[in-house]
Design a protein around this ligand. Structure first.
Ligand SMILES: *Cc1c(COP(=O)(O)O)cnc(C)c1O
Length: 531
């Protein structure tokens, strides 16, 4: 078996001992099989299909015909199936166990949603089909839009954004368009609290705004006095998250909203944490101008690994005319996605993406809403908050809560309890992997030292929460007992890969496989050339 994978992953100056995988002759651990890159066992003459040779046709490609080998791995069907199955077994997922990643709302994805999304009338439609043939799909978008505007108490919603960050982009573009239309285009400053998710300042900066950070108070809230002092004739908007990323409800939010409006600016609310208040608080009543809703968080559509997500943006009366195309409209008995005609305001900011939104996510989110009902959604928020507070109450025996008092849907700890132990938040997180837990969000929000942000969600029962808390308490006691710092630094010991050099991976990512020594018909091993 040719092994070209460097298994000695520890690149932390030799701190990490030799990998545990070397304990077996094969590199396999139990029935978890070590996996080579698919190119490493490929053969140019192997194929999963048996096609007749192509008929001779006149070459109409001009000079564009490929001359070299295509570089795809030649594999038999079982090899492909086994490869991807093994990879999937290395992938921790919400279907594997508790996933306490704070601010990500990793809740169970009900299988009913999946069944609905696979109905051929939804799964097999094409966005370029004549609209008369997809009336049900368009009606579903309108029905979901109605639920979203009703739940949030907002008059309009833009459905097409493909993720939370894309929704931020949409909302801030609407704000920019509204300001330009009012001759207020000189407003270029966006106020962003220091605890904000990185996408908030990134969105504002990408659209040409200047980001001005607003400090947090010592109790984890936005500093309202500092915020008011920063308001002025050049301020375009504030981007505020509520509940915020410290897991706390911004109690002064009405005061913030009134001040923003009085100053002629707009209030962007980051609604990623909407799960904590759905069915209980209508953001429209709080005075927000726009808010994205991560359907993949609050409304249980699958996420992780980069998507697909869905981030509809609810809009206030004053931003609604700037909503992106297409607009869903009803003409008599028929539904329509209106683009250019009189049904869409001339002020619309235009298209955000090629088609009309993430249809599969729409179906799942609506299935989730309909199966929960209004009372069920309210209970979602209540149970999410209850679970987080249960975890907080148990863990504060050994860990240090960042702030006093109850939390919303996620509980935040700092690294105070690890002081003088030689163990860092990162080491602690890696040790959790060995105990069978995906780490919580760490080092975020930035306003808390060595932050550990835990969001259990409402879909974990008490037994699962207790097992998780037991493991966390055990690790905290172990870290504090001293003399185990080396063990923590060596974690994870049981994962297929150990500590990777994250800095190298970020700075010098190898993104492309380049077979360097393979000519047509050459079965020799392939080598990778890093770029
Ligand atoms: C998840 C998240 C976002 C970004 O949402 P994506 O769907 O991942 O793009 C923005 N803000 C907060 C607070 C979040 O938790």
């Amino acid at each position: 078996m040719v092994q070209s994978i460097d298994r000695s992953q520890g690149r932390h100056g030799g701190v990490v001992p030799s990998p545990a995988v070397s304990e077996t002759s094969t590199g396999n651990r139990g029935l978890q099989l070590e996996e080579r890159l698919i190119f490493e066992y490929a053969h140019a003459d192997r194929s999963g299909v048996d096609l007749p040779p192509p008929p001779r046709v006149k070459d109409r490609l001009g000079g564009l015909r490929r001359r070299g080998a295509i570089g795809l791995p030649g594999l038999a069907e079982p090899q492909v199936v086994q490869h991807y199955t093994r990879l999937s077994q290395k992938n921790y997922a919400i279907d594997s166990g508790l996933y306490p990643l704070g601010s990500c709302t990793m809740k169970h994805n009900p299988r009913l949603n999946e069944r609905m999304a696979r109905l051929p009338g939804f799964a097999d439609v094409h966005p370029l089909q004549p609209q008369s043939t997809v009336q049900g799909a368009i009606e579903l978008i309108a029905t979901l839009a109605d639920w979203l505007t009703t739940l949030t108490g907002m008059p309009a919603v833009a459905m097409s954004p493909a993720a939370g960050a894309h929704g931020e982009m949409c909302g801030m573009m609407a704000i920019a368009a509204a300001l330009a239309a009012a001759g207020e285009g000189h407003r270029k400053i966006v106020l962003v609290p220091e605890s904000a998710h990185g996408t908030n300042p990134a969105t504002a900066a990408a659209l040409g705004f200047t980001v001005k950070p607003i400090p947090a108070t010592t109790d984890g809230h936005v500093d309202v006095a500092a915020f008011k002092a920063a308001l002025g004739p050049d301020v375009a908007a504030i981007m505020l998250t509520n509940p915020n990323t410290c897991g706390l409800f911004e109690r002064d939010i009405r005061e913030v909203a009134d001040a923003v409006r009085a100053a002629g600016a707009y209030f962007y609310c980051d609604g990623a944490n909407y799960n904590a208040i759905v069915g209980r608080v209508r953001p429209g009543d709080l005075g927000v101008d726009c808010m994205h809703i991560n359907l993949h968080k609050t409304f249980s559509t699958p996420h992780g690994g980069g998507g697909p997500g869905s981030g509809p943006v609810v809009l206030s009366e004053r931003l609604a005319p700037f909503a992106p195309r297409p607009w869903v409209v009803r003409d008599g008995d028929a539904w329509r996605l209106a683009e250019e005609d009189g049904a869409v305001a001339d002020t619309s900011l235009g298209r955000l993406k090629a088609f009309h939104g993430q249809m599969g996510m729409f179906v799942r989110a609506l299935a989730y809403m309909l199966s929960h009902g209004a009372d069920g959604l309210r209970q979602v928020a209540e149970d999410a908050v209850l679970n987080a507070n249960y975890v907080m109450a148990r863990l504060k025996a050994e860990l240090t809560p960042a702030f006093e008092g109850p939390c919303m849907h996620e509980c935040l700890f700092d690294d105070g309890f690890l002081k003088d132990t030689g163990v860092t938040t990162l080491d602690f997180a890696k040790a959790m992997i060995d105990e069978g837990y995906h780490p919580m969000t760490m080092y975020f929000p930035l306003v808390v030292h060595g932050a550990m942000l835990i969001e259990p969600t409402e879909t974990q029962g008490k037994h699962a929460l207790d097992e998780f808390c037991d493991a966390m308490l055990h690790l905290a006691r172990k870290a504090k007992s001293g003399a185990t710092a080396d063990e923590f630094r060596a974690a994870p010991r049981f994962a297929p890969r150990r500590r990777l050099d994250e800095t190298q991976a970020a700075r010098k990512p190898v993104l492309r496989w380049r077979p360097t020594n393979r000519g047509p018909g050459d079965d020799g091993p392939l080598r990778q050339a890093a770029e």
